[in-house]
Design a protein around this ligand. Structure first.
Ligand SMILES: [Zn+2]
Length: 139
């Protein structure tokens, strides 16, 4: 059983994403801005998308979620959502400084569309946007 909530089997994806105890962390981060975030059920793909779309901050949040879970299970010490977010933010900032990466901000998802052309006209989509693209299009 999950050592954090003691309600569900302790699978990695549950511990890092699905556990109701970590939902507040991801809500605080703004996970709803990423269409894939709550829908992915493959841990490897979820982490890959997190690294690609969010960057260092995603990894440090995962690390602090796991750390908070272990502290609570092993030493009965509770790390609050605010502490997880603060420490993850500080760690991401330190890592980015070490590697010369500028601060990564939360990307905003922007849905785009187009208007059907007037008849007898061909339109070529060249702006890189498409719905259903297996890869994320980046403006
Ligand atoms: Zn749980």
């Amino acid at each position: 059983m999950c050592g954090h909530c003691n309600l569900e089997p302790e699978f990695v994806l549950h511990c890092l994403l699905d556990c109701h105890k970590v939902h507040a962390v991801w809500d605080s981060f703004g996970a709803d801005n990423f269409a894939w975030f709550w829908l992915e059920n493959n841990i490897v793909k979820w982490i890959q998308k997190g690294i690609n779309d969010i960057g260092t901050r995603f990894i440090t949040i995962i690390w602090w979620i796991w750390r908070a879970r272990c502290d609570e299970c092993i030493s009965l010490q509770v790390i609050t959502t605010q502490m997880v977010m603060h420490r993850a933010s500080m760690m991401a900032s330190d890592i980015d400084k070490c590697y010369g990466v500028s601060a990564v901000s939360v990307k905003q998802v922007r849905w785009v569309s187009w208007v059907f052309p007037i008849s007898n006209v061909t339109v070529l989509n060249v702006d890189g946007s498409s719905l259903g693209n297996p890869c994320w299009s980046v403006p």
